[in-house]
Design a protein around this ligand. Sequence first.
Ligand SMILES: [Ca+2]
Ligand SMILES: [Ca+2]
Ligand SMILES: [Ca+2]
Length: 158
Amino acid sequence: MKIKTAFIAALAGVFAVTAAAPSFAAADPAKKEKRIHRLIKRADLNGDGRLSQAEMSRAIAVTFAKVDTNGDGRLSASEISGAKAVLKAERKRAKAAGEGRVHFAKFPAKRISRHFDRIDANGDGMLSKAELETVAARMFKKRDRNNDGYISTADFAR
Ligand SMILES: [Ca+2]
Ligand SMILES: [Ca+2]
Ligand SMILES: [Ca+2]
């Protein structure tokens, strides 16, 4: 808990400093940073305020298993469009059952649907975990600007 509070404070500090940079202002930093912060918080299993690739993989695995409602190991278009409701229900269930926070990956269903054909590397009309992992790894690398293997505040401090 303390770590998280410190992280938010650090984030606010970083933001105050970087907000003046024109390149940041142009890219709508508030939105971008909020998104990154949420991304980290959702999957930060050890609570150190940064996201490792292992944590990301774990979160993807957990999320995938839930979204794959028929359990065939692949996501169909309709499973993807139903993902939001499924994950919401799962969060509710876990909370009611006292299982604590569920560490889902962010599942941008709309964006995944829009880019379905591109993500579907083998063109079988279904998304496998490997296909999603490939895209997620690419995103991770892009966001890990200082190349330390973590997504953290360091990646948007300039
Ligand atoms: Ca972590
Ligand atoms: Ca499925
Ligand atoms: Ca496929």
